[in-house]
Every structure is written in C-alpha cells, then in structure tokens.
Design a protein. Structure first.
Length: 365
C-alpha cells in the first residue's frame, strides 16, 4: 500500500487540492477527474438572516474548505440528498434516474465516515434488500479523513466509539500553515509524486468534554417501564416537532416519495425521494387517521430508543448515533440528545435500584 506524507499542501500545483500561494488557486489535476465535496460556508443562509450555514458542496478553491469547525449538516447529504429524482414517467413508460458519472471524494471527519457504515447497513444490509440509489452513489465515493481538532461542546464521539476510523483514502490535517497529507489509496498516489515527505499519521480525539453513558436496554421489562416514564412528557412542552434534529443527523434514513407533475398533464413528471422525519406530526399516520405516536414526547421516545437500542438489537453491534452532536446544535429549543440519553440511563438505574451518575445538562434547559 502506497503511503506518502506532505508537510504542507500550499506548494502543490498539480495535486489533489489547491495552491495556496495564488490565494484563489483552482483545484488542479483532479479537477476534471472527480467531484470534491467539502464543508463550505454559505454566508447569510443560516438559521437567521445574519448567520451563515456550513454544509457540503463541490468546491474549487482551497480557501473554501471549512476545517476549523464541524459542518452544520453532515456528509450524509452527498450520498442521500434531501431530495432526489428516482425515476421519470410519461403516459406510457418510466425511466430510472441516472447515477453520478464521476468518482466522488468527500472530506469528512471520523464520525461522519462511521455514520456511513450505519447508513450502509440500513440501505444495503437490511432484510436482504439493497437500495439501488444508495448503492450506485456509494460505489463512486471515497473518503478523505479530516483530522478532527476536538469538536465542540456538543460532541460525544468517544462515548459512542466513533472517534476513530481506518476507512479513508487520504488523511488531511489542516492548519493555518497548510495541510499535512497521508495517502493510503494508490489511486491518489500520482497526484503527490515529487512532493516533500514527512512522517504524518492522523491523530484521533481521545476525550470529549461531553460524556454519555448509554444504558443497557436488552431487558424487555426495562424497556416497558421506560416507555411510560414521566420524563417523556417534558418534551410535550419543549419539542416543537420541527424535524431539524433528524435533518441534521448523520445517520437518519427515513424518507417519503412525492410525485412532481410537469405542466398540465398529470401523467408526465418525476417521482422524488424526499427526506422525512419521525419527529414531525403525521409521520406514522395510517389510513383512518390512526397515529401511533401523537405527542412530541412519544416521538422523542421513539427516536432516542431507536438510536440507542433498536438499531443495535437489529444489526447486532454499535448504535445508530455517532455522537456528532449536530441535532443538539440545530435544535431551536436547545434539546440535548446527550442530556436525554444520560437521563434515560439515570431512569434505568433508578428503576433497577442502582445509583446512577449525575445527569449532565450542559447548555440545555
């Protein structure tokens, strides 16, 4: 396996990323060969009119890559967009939409790369069915690991075991002086021929300021007792059921479909797959207006137990949450997923007569 390390990316004129010396140098070499999806800042497009948003987009300039802080929205949006056409139809036939033509390189932090392992199990390893639209995208994707600088006060990747990964073709350590690069995929070796070498190996976050204890919910009696716990009623008055948490989540996969009609002919158009949210009222509504979870508290309970029990029970390992903290960061009501899970753990310990750890509610009501 070819490995080459660079002390800085600033002098690369034919490499994978950009030449810093020119200030606005273009990506060279790989510019026409692959798509480069990186976190990018979009001014004045944030939650409020005077705030920015950081999300994934195809970038052309080194300076456009946001590496100092985590993105507001995950790399998941590249593989499973918020909306995508799945087929087109006319009166007589339908035609499947086309997948990407170019290979895709995604710059992502360890938690986002691990999140794709979760998505792969759901889309490609669930019930013996592989989702065509996910599979054709995933086959084109390779990851460049962005060494994490420790995250922020909503991150708890260490508690979830998602702070490390070896699933990457490149590893990048950004700084104000430049970028150190480790190449682990021979596909990218030609871009770095003749570049200065150094002994760079990516480092991973070993401790978060925030710590989460995931409770053991294997006992059905414990889960039944937890289902009726009064803690969930708290969210009836706090959660506004906007779905922002699931849109920002690195692993949520729920979607619905919607037909878009062209012009006046109702038999010509396209069917789109659109992101859905279990936190929005009506998500589980059936014929006859029946809903299984009619309150915000019931929907919150469903989400939390799905992330921290149901997924592991189905697939046998890991949890669905990777501890990126984006749901907490995006929630307009400051509902913290980490504080909620710690409260669940405390409730389980209380139910079983064990002393539980103090519930930490940093930055939340």
């Amino acid at each position: 396996m070819f490995k080459e390390n660079l002390t800085q990316l600033g002098g690369i004129q034919h490499g994978l990323l950009a030449e810093r010396r020119t200030g606005r140098g273009r990506f060279a070499g790989a510019q026409t060969e692959l798509q480069r999806l990186c976190p990018e800042r979009f001014p004045k497009q944030g939650r409020y009119s005077d705030t920015d948003v950081i999300k994934y987009a195809e970038v052309e300039h080194y300076e456009d890559i946001v590496w100092q802080v985590k993105s507001d929205y995950p790399a998941k949006e590249v593989l499973t967009p918020i909306q995508q056409a799945i087929f087109y139809f006319t009166e007589d036939e339908y035609r499947a939409s086309k997948g990407p033509k170019k290979p895709i390189l995604i710059l992502a932090r360890p938690c986002d790369i691990n999140a794709q392992h979760v998505q792969a199990k759901i889309y490609a390893g669930n019930g013996g069915y592989t989702d065509l639209y996910y599979e054709r995208m995933r086959e084109k994707v390779k990851f460049a690991l962005m060494e994490c600088n420790g995250g922020d006060d909503t991150c708890f990747c260490v508690s979830m075991g998602t702070n490390k990964t070896d699933d990457y073709s490149l590893a990048l350590k950004f700084s104000d002086e430049g970028v150190q690069v480790q190449v682990t995929d021979e596909t990218f070796a030609p871009y770095f021929e003749g570049m200065p070498q150094a002994g760079y190996t990516p480092a991973f976050v070993e401790e978060n300021e925030l710590k989460v204890t995931v409770p053991d919910l294997d006992d059905k009696a414990v889960r039944l007792a937890l289902k009726s716990h009064p803690m969930w009623k708290e969210f009836d008055g706090r959660c506004i059921s906007c779905g922002a948490c699931t849109v920002a989540c690195s692993t949520c996969t729920c979607f619905t479909t919607r037909d878009v009609i062209y012009g006046d002919n109702p038999e010509v158009g396209e069917r789109r797959r659109v992101t859905a949210s279990c936190q929005i009222a009506g998500f589980d509504q059936m014929a006859g207006q029946r809903e299984f979870r009619s309150t915000a508290g019931e929907r919150m309970r469903y989400k939390v137990l799905h992330k921290f029990h149901d997924y592991k029970a189905r697939f046998g390992e890991g949890h669905m949450c990777v501890g990126c903290g984006r749901c907490t960061h995006r929630c307009p009501e400051l509902i913290s997923i980490s504080a909620t899970v710690n409260k669940v753990n405390a409730a389980v310990n209380e139910d079983q007569g064990r002393p539980g750890p103090a519930v930490r509610r940093r930055g939340t009501k």
